[in-house]
Design a protein around this ligand. Structure first.
Ligand code: ADP
Ligand code: MG
Length: 489
């Protein structure tokens, strides 16, 4: 591909819309009773319904509706109470029925929106056109056998929501932030594990370019199966240049469906885009329309867990944290809730945020574990912070000595543990008094001169004390204690 100079790229704007599939964490599949777990031996998690045997009847999974509606509430979407399924027909070896059951005419949620926070750019809103419920296909495995494609139907029939954004995304960072926000939301809602490597969350990206200032969209290309935020951004950046180069060369952009090769950082054409009629959609005759009552929809709303935007708002306003600290805390729901509990146990929010985002996060990163695996409970963390606050233990001793000891022995009391470790520090008053005695003993004739009226020597004593102190002392307290001691005879 010809390299396109930056000043040419600058004349174009990118337009992006994402289609994201999330596997729902239901106990059974969308229309059949078997469970699904990633990584099970091939073809052990199947059922006559998901295999499409003749004479079997699909029965929709209520929990999948609840999860889809939860997501709809989270993006402030309109929930459509009456929905029905359609058959999307296509031939694929890993689609035994020859069609996918999906919501086509009436999506369960429509017209939602997402606030996204792209790195280094202002926050933006991305419309969510629709969220639909459907079933996953099986998997074709091309790289295990040199001569044959293998089929694993464990995944066939796993419930999915497909989340379709409006073409509102205008930068690569916004695209990354949109995917990141959706992953964060499905995790907060506990409806999908968000694992992109295992394919529980998958992203297709639609992208077109147009001259800046133009109001008409260009022809879009769809890039399939982007399995990380980084690869999404890399694929989009490549595709943007490719499309601009075509237009600059006076060639049309073909509306094709493309793949991305991470090793080479390029996209390639997989197939020409299917026309709608290729799918021969028609209403699924085996499943009657499903009606959700207003009460049921409202009930789901009442059960909503806290959401990242709400927590961010509370942490920055009520607790006065910086946006940076708050964003770091809410990046993971369990981490945010741990912080909340620590504050509710009595810790100062700012101090708790620094401690959790500092030494605690460093430990989690080193162990490569989540906060769920952190052995110290929030009320114990609050007690550690209290010791620091009271100057009973220095911050660095707390982080370097007390924290590891308590991780090893998480039922111990921080105070007792600090005593056992010998890291309880003398209070500042005691320390200052010790230093004053030391200095006065060393300079008896200066003490006599001071007491004879040479008050200017106070500064010299202060300097000596400060120089000997193992840490920074409060100068006013030091000055006051020193003057009191010198004035005693
Ligand atoms: P299709 O008819 O190909 O299914 P849709 O209108 O349903 O197209 O949109 C599918 C996805 O493509 C959505 O995420 C949407 O935001 C995005 N999209 C639509 N038009 C464009 C465009 N011109 N450029 C980039 N993305 C687009
Ligand atoms: Mg479409």
């Amino acid at each position: 591909m010809a390299d396109v100079p930056a000043e040419v790229l600058d004349r174009y704007e990118v337009v992006i819309g994402l289609e994201i599939h999330a596997q729902l964490l239901t106990k059974s599949k969308m229309f059949s009773p078997e469970a699904y777990a990633y990584g099970a031996p091939p073809n052990t998690q199947t059922h006559p319904v998901s295999l499409g045997h003749p004479g079997t009847l699909p029965r929709p999974n209520k929990a999948a509706y609840e999860m889809a509606v939860r997501f709809g509430h989270a993006i402030e979407a309109e929930i459509q109470p009456v929905t029905y399924f359609s058959r999307k027909n296509y031939f694929y070896p890993d689609l035994p029925k020859g069609y996918q059951i999906t919501q086509y005419v009436i999506p369960i949620c429509k017209d939602g929106r997402l606030r996204v926070e792209p790195e280094g750019e202002p926050p933006a809103f991305v419309g969510i056109d629709k969220v639909i419920l459907e079933e996953d296909s099986g998997k074709s495995i091309h790289d295990l056998d040199p001569f044959a494609t293998l089929i694993d139907l464990n995944r066939a029939g796993v419930p999915l929501i497909e989340i379709v954004t409006a073409p509102d995304i205008r930068t690569f960072a916004q695209a990354g932030a949109t995917l990141a926000k959706i992953r964060q939301l499905v995790r907060y809602l506990e409806i999908c594990d968000g694992n992109m490597e295992e394919g529980s969350l998958r992203c297709d990206a639609n992208i077109s370019v147009r001259p800046r200032g133009s109001r008409r969209f260009g022809t879009k290309v769809e890039i399939k199966n982007l399995n990380s935020i980084r690869n999404l951004q890399r694929a989009l950046e490549y595709e943007f240049r490719r499309q601009v180069a075509l237009i600059e060369a006076g060639k049309p952009v073909e509306a094709d469906t493309r793949g991305f090769i991470p090793d080479q950082g390029i996209t390639f054409t997989m197939r020409a885009k299917e026309a709608l009629h290729d799918y021969r959609y028609f209403p699924e005759p085996d499943i009657p329309p499903v009606t959700l009552s207003d009460e049921w929809i409202a009930g789901v709303r009442q059960q909503m867990p806290p959401l990242p935007d709400e927590l961010f708002e509370r942490f920055t306003t009520r607790y006065g944290l910086s946006e940076y600290d708050a964003r770091l805390l809410v990046s993971d729901k369990a981490f945010a809730l741990y912080f909340e509990e620590t504050v509710q146990a009595g810790a100062q929010p700012k101090q708790a945020a620094n401690w959790l985002n500092g030494p605690v996060r460093a430990w989690l990163n080193r162990q490569a574990v989540d906060i769920e695996a952190f052995p110290i409970p929030p009320h114990t963390t609050q007690k550690i912070l209290r010791l620091i606050d009271d100057n009973a233990v220095s911050y660095s001793e707390a982080a370097q000595t007390l924290l590891p000891a308590l991780i090893e022995n998480s039922t111990a009391e921080p105070q007792a543990m600090a005593e056992q470790l010998g890291i309880i520090q003398a209070s500042d008053t005691v320390l200052i008094q010790q230093l004053i005695e030391e200095v006065l003993a060393e300079f008896p004739e200066k003490v006599a001169q001071y007491r004879a009226g040479k008050k200017g020597l106070l500064g010299m004593f202060m300097g000596q004390i400060m120089r000997r102190a193992p840490k920074k002392l409060d100068p006013r307290l030091t000055n006051q204690l020193l003057a009191e001691r010198l004035n005693q005879t």
